[in-house]
Write a protein that binds this ligand. Structure first.
Ligand SMILES: NC(=O)C1=CN([C@@H]2O[C@H](COP(=O)(O)OP(=O)(O)OC[C@H]3O[C@@H](n4cnc5c(N)ncnc54)[C@H](O)[C@@H]3O)[C@@H](O)[C@H]2O)[C@@H](O)CC1
Ligand SMILES: Nc1ncnc2c1ncn2[C@@H]1O[C@H](COP(=O)(O)OP(=O)(O)OP(=O)(O)O)[C@@H](O)[C@H]1O
Length: 576
């Protein structure tokens, strides 16, 4: 007698046949048919087995029968395809005999197994048993039957006979196949459910792993991005500081004294305040004329080799020094003193009303850049005086700008002059164009602005005008010219009637500033040279690597504001 009290222990062939004999009896089949609660049937089956000397529990019997049914249906499906498969189910013939008459019922029955149809036992326990059975069945038929169904995709594989031996796809290889999904008759659903759950767990594990990996990657990239952002900010900050340094030097240049020939050299690298500039801010904006117009009206001196300073006489300040140096320590207070404080005591417009003369059909960007940069630097109001057709375009760029479509009107000068008392500084030239009528109007506006002592920055096409008629600005101490190299060359050649010696920009710039009556010249380029002919500041600090249009316009608009602040500061404020 084979005593087998262990659940899931191997079933011998004899034992299995005894089970099938009992289970296959008509009464037993009838009792099982359509009965959800069938434990009493299997209890009887187990008792009868016991009488034959096989000690099995009702559940063991039920599970063994289920396993045999699954093998049988898989083998049946397989044999339909290659006629071989049924050989792999040892008890195929016995099962066939019992089930052939009710294969339809059985296929439904096997479906119901998946949803617990004829089962009453606990799902987990059953799953464990089935697994044990699959791996421990001494007959060997179950291990291969169970293997394929473990793989969720594709459907239950049909073994292929190779050289008399059956081979079955491994889990991996079956995963890569693209078999169509199995029908319910070819693949028991319970297995699908059970192993689907297992696959799902693995999938979930994989998913979690990948999620964590993705998260790690995200944080790593985010950290890199933040580092890059920090670096960019630092660079931007240092560029701003450099810009401030440069502007500080420009103011120093603007306010620099015209040292008398006998004057002793300045102890500091920052030039001293020019005593010729009115000590206090002219009362612009209230309609009054500045008190001493003649002081800055015209001090033009003829240019000549005798007046040209040697380089050693000029004061050179390189702007490419860094924070913390003694030179910078001098510049920062100068800037602090020049930039007006933000207080609640002021009214709109006090910190700067800037006018831009420029903007025609072709060029609407240039006046916009100049006007908007004035606002960004700190002016309160920015006016653009442009041609009629450019006005709506410029206006549409920004609601912050006040745009006057008057530059090509017949009474342009009068129209613009009405605004002059309210303006603190004027930028002439960005996008002005070179039409005679526009240049003529610009010239007249410069003349009238000079009479009011308004600081005038001349750039772009305004410099074209100056090259044709230098006297329009020559000797005006509140005039600032901002040529690029081409504009500088034109100006130089117009003034000196000889080709520019391009090997020595500093000397040429100095010569031109003197020829223009010691107004301030800002020669833009790789090295900016700022000079009034007596003092010189240079800046070779690398800025943006791009040389796109509009950068000069930004500079001229900013200078419009800084010039106003510098000229209206008390002399003490700009003492370096
Ligand atoms: N978006 C806009 O509306 C812009 C309009 N702009 C306006 O365009 C008009 C003409 O200005 P341009 O600067 O073109 O005047 P120019 O006609 O004087 O420029 C002459 C040429 O010189 C070249 N140049 C500049 N610097 C040089 C250097 N260092 N070495 C060799 N060649 C150099 C430039 O490529 C330019 O084509 C002005 O009214 C100006 O304000 C410019 O400000 C650019 C932007
Ligand atoms: N080669 C260069 N290297 C570094 N900075 C430069 C160089 N050339 C010009 N700059 C800087 O670019 C700014 C604008 O100069 P740019 O020569 O482009 O003026 P612009 O031609 O009048 O400009 P716009 O296009 O506005 O008319 C200046 O502040 C100048 O210092």
């Amino acid at each position: 007698m084979l005593v087998n009290a262990t659940r899931g222990f191997l079933w011998s062939d004899m034992e299995t046949r005894a089970l099938l004999n009992i289970w296959g009896e008509h009464d037993v089949q009838t009792a099982l048919d359509g009965n959800f609660r069938n434990s009493h049937v299997y209890r009887d089956v187990a008792n009868r087995l016991c009488e034959l000397g096989f000690d099995r529990t009702p559940d063991q019997c039920r599970i063994r029968v289920k396993s045999l049914k699954r093998q049988y249906f898989q083998a049946k499906e397989g044999s339909r395809k290659n006629g071989q498969y049924h050989k792999m189910c040892k008890f195929y013939d016995e099962m066939e005999r019992i089930l052939s008459n009710r294969s339809l019922v059985e296929s439904q029955d096997i479906d119901s197994v998946a949803v617990g149809g004829d089962e009453t036992m606990d799902e987990d326990a059953e799953s464990t048993e089935l697994l044990q059975e699959a791996h421990m069945d001494g007959s060997g038929e179950c291990s291969f039957m169970e293997h394929p169904v473990k793989t969720e995709y594709p459907s239950c594989p049909i073994p292929v006979t190779v050289g008399g031996m059956s081979s079955f796809p491994t889990k991996q290889s079956s995963l890569t196949k693209t078999n169509p999904p199995a029908t319910s008759s070819s693949r028991p659903r319970r297995s699908k459910k059970r192993f689907a759950n297992m696959s799902l767990e693995k999938l979930m594990e994989k998913f979690l792993e990948q999620s964590m990996e993705a998260e790690d990657n995200f944080y790593r990239l985010e950290e890199q991005r933040l580092q890059a952002e920090d670096k960019r900010r630092e660079e931007e900050h240092s560029r701003e500081l450099q810009m401030l340094q440069m502007l500080g030097q420009i103011f120093a240049g603007i306010r620099a004294p015209s040292p008398a020939p006998q004057a002793t050299p300045q102890p500091s690298c920052i030039p001293q305040t020019n005593p010729a500039v009115p000590p206090t801010r002219p009362p612009f904006g209230n309609g009054n004329h500045p008190p001493a117009l003649t002081e800055f009206a015209s001090h033009s001196q003829p240019a000549g080799p005798g007046l040209l300073m040697e380089e050693g006489d000029a004061q050179f300040i390189e702007r490419s020094f860094s924070l913390g140096t003694a030179a910078m320590d001098n510049v920062i207070p100068l800037l602090r003193n020049t930039i007006p404080p933000l207080t609640s005591k002021k009214h709109k417009g006090q910190d700067g009303r800037i006018g831009i003369i420029g903007g025609c059909q072709e060029y609407t960007g240039a006046p916009f850049f100049a006007a908007i940069s004035a606002l960004k630097v700190g002016a309160d109001l920015s006016h653009v005086f442009c041609t009629k057709d450019a006005a709506p375009v410029i206006k549409s760029y920004s609601p912050e700008l006040i745009v006057h479509p008057v530059l090509d009107s017949p009474n342009a000068v009068e129209e613009i002059e009405k605004w002059l008392p309210r303006l603190h500084s004027l930028v002439v030239g960005p996008g002005l164009g070179r039409e005679d009528m526009l240049l003529k109007n610009a010239k007249e506006i410069i003349e009238r602005s000079k009479l009011r002592g308004i600081p005038i920055i001349i750039d772009a096409d305004g410099l074209w005008l100056v090259a044709k008629e230098p006297s329009v600005i020559q000797g005006y101490q509140r005039g600032i010219l901002t040529p690029n190299f081409m504009e500088f060359t034109r100006l130089y050649e117009a003034m000196h009637h000889e080709p520019l010696d391009s090997t020595d920009h500093k000397r040429s710039a100095q010569q031109l500033a003197i020829a223009m009556g010691h107004l301030t010249l800002v020669l833009k380029g790789e090295e900016d040279i700022i000079t009034d002919g007596k003092n010189m500041l240079t800046c070779s600090q690398e800025g943006s690597g791009r040389r796109c249009g509009g950068q000069g316009d930004l500079l001229s608009g900013s200078l419009g504001v800084f010039a106003h602040w510098a000229f209206s500061s008390p002399p003490d404020a700009t003492k370096g």
